[in-house]
Design a protein around this ligand. Structure first.
Ligand code: PBG
Length: 325
């Protein structure tokens, strides 16, 4: 054939493919979500194979190993004992609570590891909702924002580097920024879950923390999966309110949202490969018909290619190990 243009020339060898590769994935792009509980043992999590509810000692060890592999940050999710769950969620800002203790232990052992904390009330809420619930079942926005500010301050005082509001209440970024600045925590960053969808992919996570809503759903605050323009609106509001990084969650079913936000904001974008995405790959790999390592790497490069600067993934430590040259 007389074909002057042959795109295959740019794929002719591994060296050539290395030269023309457009997207990179390294351990430095990864954030490792870790579950922690108050007990002394490291417990398996039925809904999330290979993940654990770590004791404080186990958490420090696991985070240290991940950091040694090049992972810059972990994000903490506490499993709170039932007897500490209340309708007022007071445990969320207990200075001696599980999360403050975990932050202190991690920062003492690994000062260069960044510790991110989740800001939302669900692990502490007798109702399982991210916000305070009125007697008639409504989620109270403004009252919740006050509680979230107390929670963020509590984590900042314990040494958190980044707070990550995942609650989807209106106005919480500006309020948390102001609360932090008033107490001179001007260096604590805000990673906003800007476009967080009301997703069925969170099921295994709620199993891990026993945090599913006791009644109803989260659709009056988490977003409708059908909407994309609304994600742009949420992102612009959070940017204007002072967020440092914006998040899209889940990741794989929402690659268009990551791409869209990339076009409209100069802020860094994080994507959360959530528990259901994790479990689907784990289960498929267990069948023997897909190669776990290859599918995970392909999925994460796809999320990066869509426009995510960083990815929260339960595979983070495995991936960091695989990427060592
Ligand atoms: C709670 C929170 C959830 C996740 C992260 N923070 C669950 C929810 O909103 O119900 C889900 C993470 C995952 O599924 O991996 N605010």
């Amino acid at each position: 054939m007389n074909l002057p243009i042959r795109p295959r020339r740019n794929r002719k060898s591994a060296a050539m493919r290395d030269l023309v590769r457009e997207t990179e994935l390294t351990a430095a792009h990864l954030i490792y979500p870790l579950f922690v509980h108050a007990g002394a043992d490291d417990q398996p999590i039925n809904s999330m194979p290979s993940c654990k509810r770590w004791s404080l000692d186990g958490l420090v060890k696991e985070a240290g190993e991940a950091h040694a592999l090049g992972i810059p940050a972990v994000v903490l999710f506490p499993a709170i004992a039932d007897k500490l769950k209340t309708r007022g969620c007071e445990e969320a800002w207990n200075p001696d609570g599980l999360v403050p203790r975990a932050i202190k232990a991690l920062k003492a052992a690994h000062p260069s590891l960044m510790v991110i904390t989740d800001i939302a009330l669900d692990p502490y809420n007798a109702d399982g909702q991210d916000g305070l619930v009125a007697d008639d079942g409504r989620i109270l926005n403004d009252e919740t924002v006050v509680a979230l500010c107390k929670q963020a301050l509590c984590h900042a005082k314990a040494g958190a580097d980044i707070v990550a509001p995942s609650d989807m209440m209106d106005g919480r970024i500006a309020a948390i920024r102001e609360a932090l600045d008033m107490e001179s925590f001007t260096e604590v960053s805000i990673l906003s879950y800007a476009a967080k969808y009301a997703s069925a992919y969170y099921g295994p996570f709620r199993g891990a923390l026993d945090s599913a809503p006791r009644s109803g759903d989260k659709k009056t605050y988490q977003m409708d999966p059908a909407n994309a323009r609304e994600a742009e609106r949420e992102a612009k509001i959070d940017e204007a309110e002072g967020a440092d990084i914006l998040m899209v969650k889940p990741a794989t079913p929402y690659l268009d949202i990551i791409h869209r936000l990339r076009q409209v904001t100069p802020l860094p974008i994080a994507a959360y490969q959530v528990s259901g995405e994790y479990l689907m790959i784990k289960s498929a790999a267990a069948s023997g018909w897909i190669d776990e390592k290859k599918v995970v790497l392909e999925t994460l490069i796809g999320i990066r290619r869509a426009g995510a600067d960083m990815i929260l993934t339960y595979f983070a430590k495995d991936v960091a190990g695989w990427l060592i040259p």
